[in-house]
Design a protein around this ligand. Structure first.
Ligand code: COS
Length: 384
């Protein structure tokens, strides 16, 4: 009797709250923010007011201490409304997670409590202009000088960075050591030598701010280091093992939206004297969308459940969930456009935006090729 797919009362309430917010507040303005390429701070403030921003912060630091199952519940709803907007709270959790994993009690209090006292964000900086998938090849230098580090280098594709109170920056004190030479440092936005360049011209998710982060002789005190010197790479990996699950959840939201929009249109649109939903060519597309949606949702919850229990299987499960959900969501958005015909290709209908937005889910927090590397390593090591 242990297997149980039901949500608790609290989780159902959380889902209702997130769904109402997504429908009433986010969906109506999603296209506007995307077109203006503007950060929807008003929505971030409202999300904070209803208690759904930075939900993983522990109760002892002023937060709700919610788990990944709850993040998945919220993520599906926000992803349904606007994947670009959802990336903002999702990337904030990506910044918070290394502090949860490796921060000491004093650091948790110093960095996390301020994020509960006002609408505020965190960020995570691993990628660089010349390396993304090969994360251990990072070049940003952290030179130890007395009681602090001096940071020099450039970080790339950093969600939230210029908007965030602080960013967890991964840097090397000795590139020869590869992953063993990495250190994780919390860098506050206003430190001398920190600057940001906003990245323009993104294909989708244009409400979510993405930056290049430039570090020039930035002094960071030792007490901002998470874990020990040399533990940075491991901290980054342990973080991504968890945070890929909300990427999957957002993708599930996009897939659900694509199915709903396509089904609605197929019932309304007529051709050859009947609604196009009566044609098997359309029915098979809709059925495939639903098969993808249901399986991706189920697996995403499973990955979150494993991670919340601290089960090491979540390492490959999060990779599977992220790759699978982002791929079925991309396909669903693509088929939703096809079902809409010419109308699907213009901005009067939401489906072209779904495709543009969800493309990024196949790339960020580790490309889907890297997810397959993680799964293949598991096979090599553990499948006889
Ligand atoms: N979870 C926990 N630990 C992991 C791990 C994972 N998923 N992957 C690797 N590690 C550990 C290894 O166990 C090893 O630890 P030890 O030194 O204690 O043995 C260490 O990390 C180095 O592992 P490895 O040699 O396998 O690292 P590689 O350089 O081959 O890189 C990949 C591994 C490809 C998985 C890593 O570079 C990666 O995840 N890249 C993608 C990065 C990414 O997602 N970027 C997006 C940025 S955020 S938008």
């Amino acid at each position: 009797m242990a297997l149980d797919f039901s949500l608790t009362e609290e989780q159902i309430e959380l889902q209702k709250l997130a769904r109402r917010f997504a429908r009433e507040q986010v969906a109506p303005v999603a296209r506007e923010y995307d077109e203006k390429e503007e950060v929807p701070w008003l929505l971030v403030e409202k999300l904070y007011e209803i208690g759904l921003l930075n939900v993983s912060i522990p109760e002892e630091n002023g937060g709700l201490g919610l788990g990944l199952v709850e993040e998945v519940i919220i993520g599906e709803e926000l992803g349904w409304a606007d994947m670009g907007f959802y990336t903002i709270p999702m990337a904030s959790e990506l910044g918070i997670t290394p502090v949860l994993i490796a921060g000491n009690a004093e650091q948790k209090e110093r960095f996390l409590r301020p994020l509960t006292e006002k609408p505020a964000l965190a960020a995570f900086a691993l990628s660089e202009p010349g390396n993304g998938s090969d994360a251990a090849a990072l070049k940003t230098r952290a030179e130890r000088v007395g009681d602090h580090y001096v940071l020099n280098g450039t970080k790339m594709w950093i969600s939230n960075a210029a908007e965030a109170e602080w960013t967890v920056v991964f840097a090397t004190f000795d590139p020869e050591l590869r992953h063993k030479g990495v250190v994780a440092l919390v860098v506050e936005r206003d430190r001398d030598g920190v600057s940001f360049n906003k990245i323009h011209g993104k294909m989708g998710q244009r409400a979510a701010p993405t930056h290049e982060m430039v570090l020039e002789d930035v002094k960071v005190p030792l007490e901002n280091r998470l874990g020990e010197e040399g533990e940075g790479f491991k901290i980054a990996m342990l973080t991504l093992d968890k945070t890929r699950i909300p990427v999957a959840a957002g993708s599930v939201g996009v897939a659900r939206r694509a199915l709903e929009e396509a089904a609605k249109y197929a019932k309304e649109r007529e051709a050859f004297g009947r609604p196009i939903i009566d044609f098997q060519a359309i029915q098979f597309k809709l059925a495939d969308m639903m098969i993808g949606l249901e399986t991706a949702r189920m697996y995403t919850y499973y990955a979150a459940w494993l991670a919340d229990r601290g089960d090491p299987r979540h390492i490959y499960a999060s990779a599977i969930a992220k790759a699978y959900a982002s791929e079925i969501a991309f396909d669903a958005a693509n088929e939703a456009i096809q079902i809409h015909g010419g109308y699907g290709y213009v901005s009067d209908f939401p489906v072209e935006k779904l495709l543009r937005d969800v493309k990024l889910n196949q790339i960020y927090e580790g490309t889907n090729e890297i997810q397959r590397v993680i799964v293949a390593r598991h096979i090599k090591k553990n499948i006889p």
